[in-house]
Design a protein around this ligand. Structure first.
Ligand code: TYD
Length: 215
């Protein structure tokens, strides 16, 4: 397979939005609601996700989520490989044509899950992602925040867990804290939303924040 390693950093004219948060916080619902809302306003919207929507996504996703054991560095590199191809083949082209790109997870998931959760270090994993994305950062990152107790309650309804969802509870606490720390470090590029509230209330808060960066 030929992957274009020499592609320049995209020079986007569209709007790039990332959703982040722990497992079971309701990201997919909010991603869909925001996409619908923007489309109603006539925007060209691409919804995409990591891991999975790159050209190598399905295979990478299977390796990452279906197995039993995987070395933490191998895990980080697989997420980074998926992300590199995602930027070149999906996100970059859509931004260049002026679309709104909404991604369900991006760099911060790697910093939180691999950097802190798996103990690889936030600096190391951020550098790996910087290499993978060629420095492309979202205009706005929306962190859906949920307490550990509420997360457990919601996850209890899921029939099966993937390899990462089965990780120890401490890892999920670390992941949550990391998203909040990343948001606190760059408040102008983040919105932290209390995801315990009804979906329509959460969606309205997100829509208002997107409207601000969109104008
Ligand atoms: P997925 O089934 O897509 O769940 P979710 O709806 O919560 O996004 O699984 C993605 C899993 O991969 C999730 O547990 C978070 C994890 N992940 C990482 O550990 N690092 C990453 O860089 C990304 C993008 C995801």
């Amino acid at each position: 397979m030929t992957v274009n390693d020499d592609a320049p950093t995209p020079t986007p004219s569209g709007l790039f939005i990332a959703f982040e948060g722990g497992d079971g916080v309701g990201k997919s619902t909010q991603v869909a609601l925001l996409a619908d809302q923007l489309r109603e306003h006539g925007r060209d919207v691409i919804v995409t996700r990591e891991p999975g929507d790159s050209r190598i996504g399905p295979q990478v996703r299977q390796m990452l989520l279906d197995g039993d054991e995987l070395d933490a560095r191998a895990e980080a590199l697989l997420f980074a490989a998926d992300r590199a191809d995602h930027v070149v083949s999906v996100i970059g082209p859509a931004l260049r044509r002026g679309a709104v790109v909404i991604t369900d997870r991006y760099v911060d998931s790697s910093i939180a899950y691999q950097g802190v959760g798996r103990g690889l270090g936030t600096t190391e994993v951020a550098a790996l992602s910087e290499f993978a994305t060629r420095g492309l950062n979202p205009d706005l990152t929306i962190v859906l925040d949920l307490s550990a107790a509420e997360r457990r309650r919601r996850m209890g309804n899921l029939e099966r867990f993937d390899r990462i969802e089965r990780a120890p509870e401490q890892m999920h606490d670390d992941v949550r804290r990391t998203f909040l720390d990343l948001a606190a470090a760059h408040p102008e590029r983040y919105l932290v939303v209390d995801a315990a509230r009804p979906p329509d209330v959460v969606a309205a808060e997100i829509a208002a924040a997107v409207e601000k960066v969109n104008t």
